[in-house]
Design a protein around this ligand. Structure first.
Ligand SMILES: Cc1ncc(COP(=O)(O)O)c(C=O)c1O
Length: 446
């Protein structure tokens, strides 16, 4: 049975979606406050969400395989999260004072993620990354950072570098160019960021030989969505940890997305023992959130109890009690067996979807781990950003498939990111695979 229900096409001339987008465009640049949810000619508009379904303003009900860009691990309207939120609303929505849910969420995270000794909350993954980089600079007395090509870490200046490089500007593979991924970066930013190729031990060795002594931190996403979800080569993270220690560089794991794959984070799965880790998304139970955690000797640079702290971080809404309560309710439900269940469903979804592509002769694949997946229009193995770039098919072909999936009742991101949520089971995986089969069958012959 197909449990999705497409009532009216959102592209029909008199659609509510078209009207809303025209109205939004009068007040908001391009009608959108988030680059990630815009696609041509306009995005669908959410009306409501229930479990693993999202209903748009046309009354069309689709399976939500995006879940606010992977943040809603329990889908929509999880009863435990709702109760925690209602209870907290009764007690108060925001205070100038700290409150107990903050301590409880901090303890939970430190108990789960082995490399954490202390944690500090913020309002977004971007803020967390910014705080982590400042901590690393203050700790090491150095200002430059290193990152991997194609990896996304939010929109702080120093990480808006080389996450969208193209063959026209990306330079040699063993020494990728530092390219701006946004306008508005200060002139000095590109020179302050060393860009390295993922999974290339020799190139990293050579680049750090030249620059390692002036680098404060290497930031990496252990499972990078934007990089195409390449898995680390055998021994690569161990090598990174050893070489960063040798040069006095702090290692920052950006687990804003990858915390989805294991109770102890991707670091429990792939190793690495980072000095600092950033979090966001699922940790907030659906509310805006971020956090930096790590070794006490670095985190204590934020400590105001011993005189003015070396690193200042504030935020009117940081550790907001509503977020802390929702996050706690979401994370307490994420027991190891719950992770194992949705991770198995993710494996099944990838396997069956890749069979669909192979049977149809479509040069595409689903990469990813656990409950995370990414649809890439290349059948080649993905080891880094460059190998994840669509070679065989133009962007238009992906856009067509994305649109076909929407028409078949499935939501994934306009860049191919998708994820499962805990209300899903094998029936929803089956619905996805069947919709993909129909969507692929409707593709023009390549
Ligand atoms: C790996 C990673 N880091 C950082 C961020 C930024 O988080 P936020 O969007 O909460 O600012 C994102 C957002 O998608 C991300 O995927």
């Amino acid at each position: 049975m197909n449990r999705t229900q497409v009532k009216k096409g959102f592209l029909e001339p008199d659609s509510s979606t078209g009207r809303l987008y025209a109205e939004a465009s009068k007040y908001i640049p391009g009608g959108t406050s988030r680059i990630h949810y815009y696609f041509k000619p306009y995005p669908i508009y959410a009306q409501s969400g229930e479990g693993c379904y999202l209903t748009d303003v046309e009354g069309t009900r689709r399976l939500d395989f995006l879940n606010n860009m992977t943040a809603l691990i329990h889908g929509h309207g999880n009863p435990g999260i709702k109760k925690a939120l209602f209870d907290q609303i009764e007690r108060g929505t925001a205070f100038s004072e700290p409150s107990e849910p903050e301590i409880r969420l901090a303890r939970l995270m430190i108990e789960r993620v082995k490399s954490l000794e202390k944690i500090r909350f913020s309002n977004s993954g971007t803020e967390a990354v910014m705080m982590a980089i400042k901590l690393a600079r203050a700790f090491t007395g150095r200002s430059r950072i290193a990152k991997f090509e194609g990896f996304y870490h939010g929109y702080y200046d120093y990480v808006q570098v080389s996450f969208s490089s193209t063959p026209a500007n990306w330079g040699p593979p063993e020494a990728p160019a530092s390219t701006p991924s946004s306008g508005g970066l200060a002139d000095s930013v590109l020179g302050d960021v060393l860009v390295m190729p993922f999974n290339d031990q020799k190139a990293v060795e050579k680049l750090l030989e030249q620059h390692g002594k002036v680098i404060a931190a290497l930031i990496l996403d252990p499972l990078s969505n934007r990089g195409g979800f390449p898995l680390p080569a055998e021994g690569f993270f161990k090598f990174l940890r050893e070489i960063t220690r040798a040069y006095g560089i702090l290692t920052i794991y950006d687990e804003v997305i990858s915390f989805r794959v294991d109770h102890g984070g991707a670091q429990a799965k792939y190793g690495g023992d980072p000095d600092l880790t950033t979090f966001g998304k699922i940790m907030g139970g659906g509310l805006p959130v971020g956090a930096v955690g790590g070794k006490a000797e670095v985190m204590d640079l934020l400590d105001p109890s011993q005189g003015p702290p070396k690193v200042i971080s504030g935020g009117t809404a940081s550790a907001n009690p509503l977020t802390m309560a929702a996050g706690l309710a979401a994370m307490e439900q994420m027991t190891p067996s719950v992770y194992a269940r949705i991770n198995r469903l993710g494996d099944l979804l990838r396997k069956k979807s890749n069979e669909v592509f192979a049977a149809a002769g479509e040069p595409a694949q689903l990469t990813g781990e656990g409950s995370l997946f990414r649809l890439l229009m290349t059948a080649d193995p993905v080891v880094d950003y460059r190998s994840s770039i669509r070679k065989a098919s133009p962007q238009d072909r992906f856009n067509r498939l994305h649109h076909n999936l929407l028409e078949e009742g499935i939501i994934i991101s306009k860049e191919g990111l998708g994820c499962l949520s805990t209300p899903m089971g094998e029936a929803e995986v089956e619905d996805f695979v069947k919709a993909l089969e129909r969507g692929v069958a409707r593709m023009p012959k390549g």
